[in-house]
Design a binder for this molecule. Sequence first.
Ligand code: ATP
Ligand code: MG
Length: 398
Amino acid sequence: FESTFYNAIKIIEEIEAKGHRAYIVGGAVRDFLNDRKIHDVDIASSATPTEIQEIFTKVIPVGIEHGTVIVRYNHQSFEVTTFRTETGYTDYRHPDQVEFVRSIYDDLARRDFTINAIAMDKKGKIIDPYSGKLDIERRLIRAVGNPEDRFTEDPLRMLRALRFVSQLDLEVEPATLTAISKQIHLIKHLAIERISVEFEKMLAGANFRTALKLFKELNVWTYFPVLHFDRSLIKCLYDLPISLLKLYECFAYLKMKDDQVDMKQLTKSFKQSKETFRNAEQLVTSLVEYKVDGLSNWLIYKFPESLYESFFRLVKALFHSFVVGDLKARRKHLAIQSRKELAVSGTDIIIWYPDRAKGQWIQTLLNRIEYAVVENQIDNNIDAIKEWVNSCHPPENN
Ligand code: ATP
Ligand code: MG
């Protein structure tokens, strides 16, 4: 406990030294009790955002009106939220009113599921009024309080339940499941951005197939953009041999499975960024190339390193094969790392052909040289390149 939560405990000690109370809450407590890897650590405190700002030097006010700030501590970020309750979500997006409260018990009462409504003090002692620990042991997702009321308050919780099924391999407790089946239609009011976050996490979980089964049985998909008019897409996702971690991987996968899929439309309807679309498109282009030519030097050269992991996953998902070797190492051993390292430039080419007017042909020729060097068809030195250009690739007359 001490080593996992080292920095969080330090933060709690500093807050408590000023006479307030503070606890580790949410996913970190749940994952710790469930022997899972811990991501971010959230802290709940009786101190107000202003009081937190006075205690720590680096505080980012991300949601002061909801009582949330981020405290940077030893190069780590911690969300510190004031104990609060919420009343009503008439717009289905934000609680109408957030009220700061005195007790951690009132704060835990507003949380969605029993497994998420456990607090831990700085010594590791748990405060668990809804028997969340027992539910972790029984492997159940159970709403805190009356499930129907809780889902009417914020319908996103129903999608969160499915996401936890996928991530944590838990089952939805019967009364909670019944409430979901009754209330699922309310998700049509939610902002698609909130839906997308949960959907992405659901697909990324190890048990995405169990979650997708519920997704189908509870007719959740009918409230989803694009998916609702093409049921085969759900089937496609269900057939995935491994989970995909990002929505753009999912878009690329669907496109590879069915050429009719419009990735622009998918991106737009899930309100994803242009970057999501670019990544999906980059992945599809490379996967098509990979399918035809395998893993060429050129593919490795053109492909951004930030998408390597996604590419691996998709190759595995689509072709049931592993990418051979270490892409990063292969990239390092290419003849050049970028166009700048090419031994010739536009200026050299102009000198070689003094009689020819400048034009697009220079770029075209450079592209061909770049390709030939990357593919080891010529050495990257000026004489070899000049000879290669003269012998087999004289530039066109334009
Ligand atoms: P993750 O591992 O994905 O971060 P998490 O459970 O920590 O999972 P967060 O979205 O970070 O999820 O939320 C932190 C905590 O805030 C949750 O554990 C839960 O107690 C509470 N919470 C989050 N969203 C809701 C919601 N829509 N309704 C009620 N409580 C919520
Ligand atoms: Mg969290």
